[in-house]
Design a binder for this molecule. Sequence first.
Ligand code: FES
Length: 130
Amino acid sequence: MTLVEPQTDEYTAPDGWVRVCALDDLEVERGRAALLGGTQIALFLLHGPDGSAGRVHAVSNLDPYSHAHVISRGIVGTRQDVPTVASPMYKQVFDLRTGVCLDTQGKEPKSLHVWPVTVDAGHVLVRWDE
Ligand code: FES
Protein backbone atom coordinates (compact mmCIF):
# COMPACT_ATOMS: atom_id res chain seq x y z
CA MET A 1 0.00 0.00 0.00
CA THR A 2 1.29 3.46 -0.89
CA LEU A 3 0.42 6.24 1.52
CA VAL A 4 0.58 9.85 0.41
CA GLU A 5 2.22 12.49 2.60
CA PRO A 6 -0.54 14.20 4.61
CA GLN A 7 1.01 17.55 5.51
CA THR A 8 3.47 20.08 4.21
CA ASP A 9 5.22 22.97 5.93
CA GLU A 10 4.41 25.55 3.29
CA TYR A 11 0.64 25.31 3.33
CA THR A 12 -1.99 25.71 6.03
CA ALA A 13 -5.40 24.30 5.26
CA PRO A 14 -8.48 26.36 6.18
CA ASP A 15 -10.22 25.53 9.47
CA GLY A 16 -12.02 22.20 9.38
CA TRP A 17 -10.01 20.97 6.40
CA VAL A 18 -6.94 18.78 6.32
CA ARG A 19 -4.44 18.73 3.49
CA VAL A 20 -4.07 15.15 2.30
CA CYS A 21 -1.71 15.46 -0.64
CA ALA A 22 -0.99 17.47 -3.77
CA LEU A 23 -3.32 17.09 -6.71
CA ASP A 24 -0.21 16.04 -8.65
CA ASP A 25 0.13 13.04 -6.32
CA LEU A 26 -3.07 11.58 -7.76
CA GLU A 27 -3.44 9.74 -11.05
CA VAL A 28 -6.73 9.83 -12.90
CA GLU A 29 -8.87 6.79 -12.03
CA ARG A 30 -6.12 5.28 -9.84
CA GLY A 31 -6.95 5.22 -6.15
CA ARG A 32 -4.48 6.36 -3.49
CA ALA A 33 -4.68 5.62 0.20
CA ALA A 34 -3.97 8.23 2.86
CA LEU A 35 -3.83 7.94 6.63
CA LEU A 36 -5.68 10.66 8.54
CA GLY A 37 -5.77 10.45 12.32
CA GLY A 38 -5.57 6.66 12.22
CA THR A 39 -8.26 6.35 9.57
CA GLN A 40 -7.42 5.13 6.09
CA ILE A 41 -9.14 7.04 3.33
CA ALA A 42 -9.12 6.25 -0.38
CA LEU A 43 -8.77 9.15 -2.81
CA PHE A 44 -9.92 9.03 -6.41
CA LEU A 45 -9.28 11.63 -9.09
CA LEU A 46 -11.81 11.26 -11.90
CA HIS A 47 -11.80 12.36 -15.51
CA GLY A 48 -13.29 15.78 -16.16
CA PRO A 49 -15.97 16.27 -18.80
CA ASP A 50 -13.44 17.14 -21.51
CA GLY A 51 -10.87 14.51 -20.56
CA SER A 52 -9.04 16.85 -18.19
CA ALA A 53 -8.62 16.08 -14.50
CA GLY A 54 -11.97 16.24 -12.76
CA ARG A 55 -13.24 15.93 -9.24
CA VAL A 56 -11.54 14.21 -6.34
CA HIS A 57 -13.57 11.89 -4.11
CA ALA A 58 -12.61 10.61 -0.67
CA VAL A 59 -14.16 7.46 0.75
CA SER A 60 -13.23 4.99 3.45
CA ASN A 61 -10.42 2.67 2.41
CA LEU A 62 -12.03 -0.02 4.59
CA ASP A 63 -14.22 -2.36 2.57
CA PRO A 64 -17.30 -2.99 4.78
CA TYR A 65 -17.86 -6.40 3.19
CA SER A 66 -14.37 -7.89 3.42
CA HIS A 67 -13.15 -5.70 6.34
CA ALA A 68 -9.91 -5.21 4.40
CA HIS A 69 -8.32 -1.86 3.56
CA VAL A 70 -8.56 -2.32 -0.19
CA ILE A 71 -10.96 0.26 -1.63
CA SER A 72 -8.07 2.40 -2.93
CA ARG A 73 -7.12 -0.57 -5.10
CA GLY A 74 -10.67 -0.88 -6.47
CA ILE A 75 -11.74 -0.46 -10.06
CA VAL A 76 -13.16 2.95 -11.01
CA GLY A 77 -16.13 3.00 -13.33
CA THR A 78 -19.57 4.50 -13.89
CA ARG A 79 -23.19 3.37 -13.57
CA GLN A 80 -25.27 5.64 -15.79
CA ASP A 81 -23.74 8.99 -14.78
CA VAL A 82 -22.68 7.85 -11.31
CA PRO A 83 -18.93 7.53 -10.65
CA THR A 84 -18.25 4.24 -8.89
CA VAL A 85 -15.57 2.08 -7.37
CA ALA A 86 -15.77 -1.69 -7.23
CA SER A 87 -14.09 -3.45 -4.33
CA PRO A 88 -11.26 -5.73 -5.47
CA MET A 89 -12.41 -8.30 -2.90
CA TYR A 90 -16.01 -9.33 -3.52
CA LYS A 91 -16.81 -6.81 -6.29
CA GLN A 92 -19.43 -4.74 -4.48
CA VAL A 93 -19.89 -1.44 -6.35
CA PHE A 94 -20.09 1.85 -4.45
CA ASP A 95 -21.20 5.34 -5.50
CA LEU A 96 -18.05 7.47 -5.03
CA ARG A 97 -20.18 10.57 -4.31
CA THR A 98 -22.35 9.10 -1.54
CA GLY A 99 -20.65 5.84 -0.55
CA VAL A 100 -23.92 3.98 -1.11
CA CYS A 101 -23.51 0.42 -2.36
CA LEU A 102 -25.15 0.09 -5.78
CA ASP A 103 -24.43 -3.60 -6.22
CA THR A 104 -24.29 -5.62 -3.00
CA GLN A 105 -23.64 -8.94 -4.77
CA GLY A 106 -26.58 -10.32 -2.80
CA LYS A 107 -25.29 -9.14 0.60
CA GLU A 108 -26.82 -6.73 3.12
CA PRO A 109 -26.58 -3.05 2.07
CA LYS A 110 -23.50 -1.36 3.54
CA SER A 111 -22.00 2.01 2.69
CA LEU A 112 -18.59 3.59 2.56
CA HIS A 113 -18.03 6.67 4.66
CA VAL A 114 -17.45 9.70 2.43
CA TRP A 115 -15.67 12.96 3.15
CA PRO A 116 -16.10 16.25 1.30
CA VAL A 117 -13.06 17.10 -0.81
CA THR A 118 -11.92 20.35 -2.32
CA VAL A 119 -8.81 21.35 -4.24
CA ASP A 120 -7.12 24.61 -3.23
CA ALA A 121 -4.08 25.86 -5.17
CA GLY A 122 -3.12 22.32 -6.11
CA HIS A 123 -3.63 20.94 -2.59
CA VAL A 124 -6.21 18.22 -2.00
CA LEU A 125 -8.18 19.02 1.16
CA VAL A 126 -10.56 16.76 3.05
CA ARG A 127 -13.18 18.08 5.48
CA TRP A 128 -12.28 16.14 8.59
CA ASP A 129 -15.12 15.25 10.93
CA GLU A 130 -13.48 12.96 13.45
S1 FES B 1 -1.83 -3.34 2.27
FE1 FES B 1 -2.47 -1.41 1.51
S2 FES B 1 -4.52 -1.75 1.08
FE2 FES B 1 -3.93 -3.62 1.85
